[in-house]
Design a protein around this ligand. Structure first.
Ligand code: FAD
Length: 413
């Protein structure tokens, strides 16, 4: 996000409202309630910076008002109720009579998950702009609720606090808390939708207090009294499904173009902070693609060429991002084992094997497709090494047994 916002010229404005996070404090089920283990962040090119989503939106809106008020008009509380396309130009219907419909030659669709514009564009794209939703790992299905915490003396304001209650990943209750600029923390509690302790059995402030006392006792001194009732009253929210658009991310014709960005073309679960970051990368790629398209004659051709270039550069990235994120939501074989293998092999031979995919994704120098390609290559080499070692061990074992059998035979009277 930092690199993208720097390129977009608004990092300094956003930075003022961010809190730096320089490490983690973890509690595992084995030591829940005991002393957490602090791991300081190391080897990062940029520190992790945290900003609430609504605060980020407000800062960006203010940047628009300060620098682009002549070019950009924002209509609040207005829904696009339908979109139709003719030769690339779009007609967007407004939900409010006082806000006119938009008849546009160039549209950037950034309407988030279940994007209406992507759905409508997909219908008339002859299969070029298809929407794929990957199957969910039902065992890891989670919903979440948030709770505000207040830092107390002795608690650092620059750590990501993380605790898990429950032995297995399935059915566990997880708390992830990040600091805010006002000195508090926002904690997200993730749990299985069928967990009665956080759904049917949780109705009052006292129920919440008892729940935190049993699951996360170390956090109870940080919970303000009023938060218990608020938490009980909240309904759980779901996380988005793994969805991407492909192969095109645009619709174009001789009358204009519509291009799609952000969650509208790639939605992932927010475990690794890739949502907003990848949306900003889309915007930067779009900017470069339109510059590329500008070499193509009049403005309508310019839009169409820019949109095509954008799909070419970004379409495979959207797919790779969602496929990799889906693997992170997998079971032991899909998620944990690759991390273990990468940890071992990249330590033994760092010049041959790259760090794990999560670490690679945090390095903005790599494209998502490059990380995916590199990890496939590493995995193939790791598997062939492990298979070779296993074959050698089996052969050695067989040779030893043959040798012992022969030796025994020759010494038997
Ligand atoms: C719990 C949670 C935690 C997250 N944490 C992180 C994180 O730590 N880091 C990170 O990078 N990402 C995170 N994300 C993901 C991140 O919020 C999204 O990836 C990001 O907001 C996508 O931006 P967007 O502009 O594409 O879509 P959105 O932010 O969803 O914006 C879409 C906008 O379009 C509007 N809209 C939708 N339909 C219409 C319509 N028909 N007419 C008019 N307007 C419409 C919506 O009201 C909304 O304002 C998190 C998501 C969740 C749910």
């Amino acid at each position: 996000m930092q690199v993208s916002l720097l390129k977009l010229g608004c990092w300094n404005a956003v930075k003022k409202y961010c809190v730096g996070v320089y490490g983690r404090m973890d509690w595992s089920p084995e030591n829940s309630g005991g002393a957490g283990v602090v791991t300081e962040a190391s080897g990062r090119r940029y520190p992790t910076m945290v900003i609430p989503r609504d605060r980020l939106q407000s800062v960006l809106l203010r940047e628009i008002a300060n620098h682009y008020n002549k070019q950009i008009t924002v209509s609040f509380e207005t829904e696009c109720t339908s979109a139709s396309f003719k030769s690339g130009a779009a007609l967007l219907k407004s939900s409010r009579p006082e806000v006119p419909d938009v008849d546009a030659q160039f549209v950037v669709a950034a309407d988030g998950i279940r994007s209406r514009l992507v759905q409508e564009a997909s219908r008339v794209s002859d299969g070029r702009l298809g929407v794929t939703t990957l199957p969910e790992n039902e065992k890891r299905s989670v919903v979440y609720k948030t709770i505000n915490l207040e830092l107390q003396p002795g608690w650092r304001g620059d750590l990501n606090y993380s605790a898990r209650s429950g032995e297995s990943l399935e059915g566990a209750v997880t708390l992830e808390a990040l600091p805010c600029l006002d000195g508090g923390l926002v904690a997200v509690i993730l749990f299985s939708p069928g967990d009665a302790r956080l759904t049917t059995d949780l109705n009052t402030a006292d129920d919440t207090r008892a729940l935190f006392q049993s699951l996360f006792p170390q956090f109870t001194p940080l919970i303000p009294e009023a938060e218990y009732a608020k938490f009980a009253a909240k309904s759980p929210s779901g996380l988005p499904r793994f969805t991407y658009a492909s192969p095109d991310l645009h619709l174009a014709g001789d009358q204009g173009a519509t291009v799609c960005v952000g969650d509208a073309i790639h939605t992932v679960k927010p475990y690794f902070g890739l949502g907003v970051n990848s949306a900003f990368e889309d915007i930067i790629t779009l900017h470069h693609s339109l510059d590329h398209g500008a070499q193509g004659g009049d403005s309508l051709q310019h839009f169409a060429l820019g949109a095509e270039e954008y799909s070419k550069r970004r379409g495979k990235e959207a797919k790779a991002l969602v496929e990799m994120s889906r693997q992170f939501d997998g079971d032991f074989l899909e998620f944990v084992l690759p991390l273990i293998l990468d940890g071992i092999f990249s330590k033994i031979a760092p010049s041959i094997f790259a760090p794990n995919a999560i670490r690679m994704l945090q390095n903005e120098q790599y494209l998502f497709t490059q990380v995916q390609g590199r990890k496939r290559q590493d995995r193939a080499l790791q598997i062939s090494i492990l298979v070779s070692i296993s074959v050698a061990l089996v052969a050695l074992g067989k040779h030893t047994i043959d040798f012992l059998t022969a030796t025994n035979a020759s010494i038997l009277p």
